[in-house]
Design a protein around this ligand. Structure first.
Ligand code: SF4
Ligand code: SF4
Length: 111
């Protein structure tokens, strides 16, 4: 995984919206048909925890960013993003994703 350096593309995950449904993982596999011993996108469901007396549950997705960069170059609207039922995933330039994340609970992955 590369450090954030202001260049390249980024994937944004809205932690409040993601339901951990595994849809992006399936969409990536469906799109690229890679072998079953590879994972280009992995969803990790996390246990709930309390913040200021409120229950939160933040799941995580783990993209292989070199694959995402090539994928995005082929199709700027990959199925992992367009197929997310919660609209929790976005892809674009790092600057655009940083703007999108403003005021939201997000994770940004950069490639
Ligand atoms: S990002 Fe979307 S498709 Fe992926 S696990 Fe979260 S809700 Fe499901
Ligand atoms: S951008 Fe492409 S390679 Fe990356 S997780 Fe989505 S479908 Fe897979």
């Amino acid at each position: 995984m590369k450090r954030i350096d202001g260049e390249g593309i980024a994937l944004l995950l809205d932690l409040d919206d993601c339901t951990g449904c595994f849809g992006c993982e399936s969409a990536c596999r469906e799109t690229h048909r890679y072998p079953y011993d590879e994972d280009w996108m992995k969803t990790e469901r996390r246990a709930p925890f309390l913040v200021d007396g409120k229950l939160r549950q933040y799941h995580l997705v783990a993209p292989v960013l070199d694959k995402c960069r090539a994928c995005y170059n082929d199709d700027p609207n990959p199925l992992c993003v367009t197929g997310c039922p919660a609209g929790a995933l976005k892809i674009g330039s790092l600057m655009d994703m940083v703007r999108e994340a403003e005021g939201r609970h997000c994770t940004i992955f950069t490639a």
